[in-house]
Design a protein around this ligand. Structure first.
Ligand SMILES: [Zn+2]
Ligand SMILES: [Zn+2]
Ligand SMILES: [Zn+2]
Length: 262
């Protein structure tokens, strides 16, 4: 049997120190005091950790002092000369409307695309004003395959899109691969048709391999000023994305069954 815990841990994420000052540890209580002092004096209070942790710490400070939580999309910058200032009154919120992807290249399949796909945050649901929703470049095919997919994760959307592309082009993908030597056995017309089939298949394979650059999404988020796209859920692990895509794209047949039976 575990010994009874005599203290509860500090409420700050990742902090295991005992909460000896209300629901916080001594170190975190001190930070809060210094933030309150900075507000009173109108001075800066520089965050001492790595810039990676600043967003969480700043959002927490803002929430504690202002009783308002920054939204999923918002990113904190400072209006003062201290880049990692924890004084909530020196904080400014940035919400990118566009991720910094190369224009007119579909982020899902890599072909040229002249439409924009809206990443509709789940928390905003159907009430989101489209004008404030982040957009990414997409081709008409991928955009319509995604329809009203309710996730703002780029990785998840791409995995779902690819699963649907695989279904849409399944005949092309099933095209047999012929060796150069085999082709010689066929007449010119048939040979042409076989070669075209192989070219089509290669193009679909290229779409499914997109993006070739593993940091394609990370870079677009970074340029848009989103410091941690994993934290806000814009990028998730490929394993997780594929698992969700399999779930989202598979049930169709199962849903149809009761209707057929009736
Ligand atoms: Zn703590
Ligand atoms: Zn400041
Ligand atoms: Zn596309």
């Amino acid at each position: 049997m575990k010994p009874t815990q005599e203290f509860s841990p500090c409420i700050n994420e990742g902090c295991n120190l005992p909460a000896t000052y209300g629901d916080k540890c001594r170190a975190h209580r001190q930070v809060e005091r210094r933030i309150q002092q900075a507000i009173e004096d109108g001075t800066c209070y520089a965050y001492e950790g790595r810039s990676h942790g600043y967003q969480a710490e700043a959002a927490h400070a803002y929430y504690v002092e202002m009783s308002v939580a920054p939204s999923t999309w918002e990113w904190i910058t400072t209006t003062c000369a201290t880049p990692l200032c924890l004084n909530p009154e020196h904080m400014a919120f940035k919400a990118p409307k566009k991720l910094a992807y190369p224009s007119y290249i579909c982020i899902y399949c890599g072909r040229s695309g002249y439409t924009v796909d809206h990443l509709l945050p789940r928390r905003l649901g159907g009430e989101a004003k489209r004008a404030y929703v982040v957009t990414v470049p997409a081709c008409g095919t991928c955009n319509s395959l995604l329809g009203d997919t309710l996730t703002w994760s780029i990785t998840e959307r791409r995995a779902i899109c690819h699963a649907r592309l695989r279904r849409k082009y399944r005949k092309i993908l099933n095209h047999f691969e012929y060796a150069e030597s085999d082709l010689k056995e066929y007449g010119p017309t048939l040979r042409k048709a076989i070669v075209r089939g192989m070219e089509d298949k290669a193009e679909v394979m290229r779409m499914l391999d997109w993006p070739i650059d593993p940091l394609y999404d990370d870079r677009a988020c970074e340029k848009a000023g989103i410091g941690d796209p994993y934290e806000v859920g814009l990028i998730i692990s490929m394993v997780e994305a594929n698992r969700i895509a399999a779930e989202v794209t598979a049930p169709r047949n199962r849903e149809r069954m009761p209707r057929d039976a009736a």
